[in-house]
Structures are given as structure tokens and as C-alpha cells.
Design a protein around this ligand. Structure first.
Ligand code: FES
Ligand SMILES: [Fe+2]
Length: 331
């Protein structure tokens, strides 16, 4: 029996994306940034992940904390920029309520005495935060499995590789549903037709993807010579690509049902000339993938195609991803 693809409606319906936010993204570990971005007490970074504005901060004692960037008064933002420093407390940007860095409401500034008002009930909404090898992840689900439980197979694959400390960021906006791009990432079947230069270096016929828990590992046989690399992906939307001493983190961020942002973070040794080649190659591949994904989205939107079939040999990881989504969406 051939596996059928997920229904085309799942890629074009805004209501589906609204449900994915609640059932997939509010319950999964999302990449946020680097632990080094929060060097000292009061340093924060803020980001909107699948529609959830979050802020992560280093507390007075050096501990990491994260919250929804949402004031309990009338939903103002606690911080309004992507990174900065708070001196000992958050001061809401709307009416100035003050919160301790552990989330407690310290002062409802100028609110006036009111019966039944208990500031202890109005602390910030917490978000889980954990670090792995210098990378920060957040998860809004208080019952979530630990980050290490989730990415253990990836940790084993990383082994004793060190993560270089210099960093460089690039972003690309894609005209497609996030799942179109993820599924494209999860197979090597398209390499010959979409990536002619890559096809000369990779034996696409022997390209394979195997799954361990929430991790999909690509086995990419080189045509000649043995280029050592690691291409691993973590459900639902993050890839770690290691090649020639560069560690690239690729975050496939849904901005809406039909728009996706790729955030690339390249970690490299300062002064390593490999970084320039890594960026040139990666930008070429991204442009090729962005083109095909946008055309696929256009065709899904057209409404002629309702579902297709998946190759058991080349698209096992796509089937696995679609089944995982279906399970969460049904739950
Ligand atoms: S919304 Fe934050 S103080 Fe009013
Ligand atoms: Fe590709």
C-alpha cells in the first residue's frame, strides 16, 4: 500500500495554522538564540515564535528564565526590542506595571487601591527555558519533556564536537506554508532536479533519512572523497547542519499559514575562511529550495490537487513528519 500525502487543505487553511500553533508549537521546544546573548543579569532576548511573543532573561542570580512577553494588565509588551538589558525588573511598555525578573508582579504602577486586587495572582506567564551546548530553547508547555529527553539522539551524534563561538545570522522569507519547506528538507529525492550542483557531489540514489525519536538524521553519501558532515533535524522545525567545521542552525519559522521565515545561524571559528564558502553554498541551495517551495504552495492553493503519494524509499521521513503532525492535531 502506498502512503498517501497529507491533504492539500492542511497547507492552505488559516484555521489549520491556528490549531498547529496550539497543538504543535505551544508544546514543542523552539530554538530561541544563544546562551552567550544573555551574558549578564538583566540581559534579555525577545522573539515571536509561531505567533507567541516570548522574552528570555538572565536573572539576578545568573539563572535563565523565560516568559510570554505579555503583561497581565491589558496585554502590553514587557520589552519591545529583540535584545537589551533590564535593570532588575521588567517595566511594561504600556502603563508601567513592574515585574520582578522571576515574574512576580511587584507594582501595579498608579493603579489605585481596588477591592479584590491581588498582585500575587498576576505574575507573568512562564515559559520553560533550557540550554544545550550554548543554544537556548523555550517551550510554553509546563508539562513538556526536558530538552535533553527530546534531543538526546542529536546529542549523541554531536559527540565531542565543539560548537565554534563566532556567529553570523542570515534570514530568508519564503512564500509557502512551513510544512512545505520542512518536507522538502526531509527528503533527498528532489536533489537531482532542483539542486544540479549539489547533485554532482552527492549520490542522491543512496541518500537516506532515518528517525530516532524526534530527530531525523540524513545520511548523505558523497560521490567522491568522504566529506564528513551531519545533517540532523528536530521536530517540528529545526535543523542542525554541520559541515567543514561550521555548525549551521536552521530554524524554519512559521509567520502565518502561507509565510515562513528561515533563520540561519552560522557558528564558526573566528577568521575561518570556510565560512564564506559555507554561506555561498547555503544561499544557493536556499534560493533553489525557496523557488520550488513557492511553486508547490501556489499549486496547493490552486485547488486541483487534493493529495498525492509518498515514495517508501525516498520519502519515509516526510511520511513520519506527516504522521507526527496528524497525531498531535488529533489529540
Ligand atoms: S498593559 Fe502592562 S501595564 Fe497596562
Ligand atoms: Fe533542497
Amino acid at each position: 500500500m502506498l502512503a498517501a500525502t497529507a491533504s492539500a487543505a492542511l497547507y492552505r487553511d488559516p484555521d489549520v495554522f491556528a490549531r498547529e500553533r496550539q497543538r504543535v508549537f505551544s508544546k514543542s521546544w523552539q530554538f530561541l538564540g544563544l546562551e552567550a546573548d544573555l551574558a549578564g543579569p538583566g540581559d534579555y532576548i525577545a522573539e515571536t515564535l509561531a505567533g507567541y511573543p516570548v522574552v528570555a532573561i538572565r536573572g539576578q542570580g545568573g539563572e535563565l528564565r523565560a516568559f510570554h512577553n505579555v503583561c497581565r494588565h491589558r496585554a502590553g509588551p514587557l520589552v519591545s526590542d529583540a535584545a537589551g538589558h533590564c535593570e532588575g525588573e521588567f517595566v511594561c511598555r504600556y502603563h508601567g506595571w513592574r515585574y520582578a525578573l522571576d515574574g512576580r508582579l511587584r507594582s501595579a504602577t498608579g493603579f489605585g487601591v481596588s477591592e479584590g486586587f491581588d498582585p500575587r495572582e498576576l505574575g507573568l506567564f512562564p515559559v520553560k527555558i533550557e540550554a544545550w551546548r550554548g543554544f537556548l530553547f523555550v517551550n510554553p508547555d509546563p508539562d513538556a519533556a526536558t530538552l535533553m529527553q527530546t534531543l538526546e539522539p542529536l546529542d549523541v551524534l554531536f559527540g565531542n564536537r565543539a560548537v565554534p563561538t563566532a556567529s553570523l545570522r542570515r534570514s530568508h522569507d519564503l512564500d509557502c506554508n512551513w510544512k512545505v519547506y520542512v518536507e522538502n528538507y526531509l527528503e533527498g529525492y528532489h536533489i537531482d532536479a532542483v539542486h544540479p550542483e549539489l547533485a554532482r557531489e552527492v549520490d542522491a540514489g543512496r541518500y537516506a533519512v532515518r528517525m530516532e525519536g524526534a530527530i531525523a538524521v540524513h545520511e548523505v553519501p558523497a560521490v567522491s572523497g568522504a566529506a564528513e558532515g551531519l545533517w540532523a533535524w528536530m521536530y517540528p522545525n529545526l535543523a542542525f547542519n554541520l559541515y567543514n567545521g561550521v555548525v549551521m542552525v536552521e530554524h524554519m519559522r512559521p509567520l502565518g499559514h502561507g509565510r515562513t521565515r528561515l533563520d540561519y545561524l552560522y557558528m564558526h571559528e573566528a577568521g575561518d575562511p570556510q565560512i564564506d564558502a559555507a554561506i555561498v553554498t547555503s544561499e544557493r541551495l536556499t534560493a533553489e529550495d525557496a523557488w520550488i517551495c513557492a511553486r508547490v504552495q501556489q499549486n496547493l492553493d490552486a485547488g486541483v490537487y487534493t493529495a498525492g503519494v509518498l515514495s517508501p524509499r525516498h520519502e519515509n521521513a516526510v511520511a513520519w513528519f506527516q504522521a507526527r503532525n496528524a497525531q498531535l492535531m488529533a489529540g
